[in-house]
Every structure is written in C-alpha cells, then in structure tokens.
Design a protein around this ligand. Structure first.
Ligand code: PEP
Ligand code: MG
Length: 279
C-alpha cells in the first residue's frame, strides 16, 4: 500500500467518480517545502511562518530570501502571517502575562500589539512575491473587522515600501467558531478560506489542544458540520489545513461534504492521494 502510494505521488488524485481533489502541503521552511515538492504536493496550502522566526528575529533580507525560495517552488502558495500566542511562543517576543493565553493575544491580534514586527514580515512577503500570484492569510480571525483592519495594514505597508500587491489575494483561517456564523459577511471581503481544524476543534469543545489528559473527539459530527457550514455558505474557494485533512479516517467524509482541496504534512501527501483514489 505504502509503495503504491509513493510510486503514484506525482499523479493527480482522482476519486473513483473521477473528481479531482487537490493535495497541497503544510510547510514551515525552505527545507520542508522542498520535501513537499519531492513528495508530490501540488502547492502549499499553509506556510506556517512562525518557524522561520524560531531562535531570533530574522532580518528583512533573511525573511525575503526564505520566502522567495519557497514561493519559487510552486505556482500556488498560501502564506500565513505570524501566528504566535497560545501554544506558540517565541523567545524574543514578550507577550503580556495572561490567565488564558489561548483566549488572549495571538494570531492576527499581534497586528495591534506588534505592528513593527508584522510590517516587516509583510514587507518581506510582498518583496518576495515580486508580482507573482500569492495568497496571504491571517490566523485567529474572529470578526470581519479584524480581517479588514489587517488587510488595510497590509495595503498601507505595500504603499509605504512601494510594493505592488495587485497579484496578492487575502484570506482567513477559519479556526474560531464565531466565523462559522459570519460567512455571508466574510464573503464580501475575503478572497479565500482555509479551515484550521486543530484550533477550531479546540475552541468548539473548549478543550486545549495541548491538554495532557483531556482529549477531544476530532471525528465528532460537530467538526464535520462546522466544515460543511463553511463549504455551503462560502462563495470563495475553501480548503482545509488542519490535521484532519490528512487523517485517513476523515478523508472520505471530507470529500462527501464537498471539500476539494486538502493541505497535509509533506509525509502524508502520497498516502492522502491514494486514500482519495479509493473514495
Ligand atoms: C489549525 O489550527 O488547524 C492550523 C492548521 O493551524 P496551527 O495548527 O498552526 O494552529
Ligand atoms: Mg491554528
């Protein structure tokens, strides 16, 4: 089974009914993007940029260089702006002490608390895009205003540094439950959606994703209902980049409810494609 999957990793993933499902990769840096390419990924559905920032803050040049190397590997790339806070920490970034960091300053909320850091990251992303089509998404968005403010911030950044962003599309991670009830409003402003089931499941059940003893049922019908709500109501492209996308037990149901783009870890690309061929 593993062999067959590996041998066919560069082939399209067609269901038995001949519907093509796109299999993209979740990557963290140049190395994992290269691995994704070798594993047959058709694009990058999630570039988790926080790992580029791990030890110390990279310079504008270092960031631009890394983004350029990654963007040049695929035609279809979605890059997520820095997603820090909650379970994701950076040694040089001090966030206020909070009782509930998972409900505090994280993701897109950093545009308010750390504007310089975010400006520099967007500067590097736009400079690296060089007029190429690119998707930029914001994490942890919970209201339409949060998205619009972040997008305005991005536009101002481009203007300030004289960078052309006509080829760039802006979207959101769907990972906070409020978004499930706001899709008609988001349709008016976003270009795409990417469902992050890791955080979405955590917030739907109020169980920390890193909790040592409590475990959520990630295959709960609630999770699939939430995903279907987005697919049915969205009038923009929808993909999924949470762990569920590469879960063999979930793929059949995801396709049944209409998901057409799965973004999975590089090591799961071949097996995900093979799983799709049996649906
Ligand atoms: C998610 O929340 O499902 C997701 C893909 O993002 P991360 O795991 O990086 O929070
Ligand atoms: Mg998340």
């Amino acid at each position: 089974q593993q062999h067959i999957a590996a041998d066919r990793r560069f082939e399209k993933a067609l269901t038995r009914g001949k519907k093509q499902i796109r299999v993209f990769a979740n990557v963290t840096d140049v190395h994992s993007a290269q691995t994704a390419k070798e594993q047959g990924a058709e694009g990058i559905g999630l570039l988790r940029t926080e790992f580029l920032f791990k030890e110390e803050k990279p310079s504008l040049e270092a960031q631009t260089e890394a983004y350029e190397a990654i963007f040049s590997l695929f035609d279809d790339v979605t890059v997520r702006t820095l997603d820090v806070g909650g379970d994701k920490k950076l040694p040089y970034l001090t966030l206020p002490k909070e009782e509930n960091p998972f409900l505090g300053i994280r993701g897109v909320r950093l545009f308010k608390t750390h504007p310089q850091l975010m400006e520099e990251q967007l500067h590097a992303i736009f400079a690296a895009a060089k007029g190429r089509p690119l998707k930029v998404m914001f994490p942890m968005v919970s209201t339409v205003d949060e998205f619009t403010e972040a997008k305005i911030f991005a536009e101002r950044t481009a203007e300030k540094h004289k960078l052309d962003i006509a080829s760039i599309r802006f979207g959101i991670m769907v990972e906070v439950p409020s978004v499930l009830f706001l899709i008609p409003d988001f349709n008016r402003v976003v270009d795409f959606y990417s469902i992050g089931t890791n955080d979405l499941t955590q917030y739907l059940f109020a169980i920390e994703r890193t909790h040592p003893s409590l475990k959520v049922d990630e295959h709960s019908p609630v999770v699939f209902d939430a995903i279907r709500t987005v697919i049915v109501q969205a009038d923009k492209p929808v993909s999924i980049c949470g762990e569920l996308a590469g879960d063999p037990e979930a793929i059949g149901t995801l396709l049944k409810i209409g998901m057409e783009t799965l973004s999975v870890s590089p090591k799961s690309i071949a097996t995900t494609k093979e799983e799709i061929r049996h649906v």
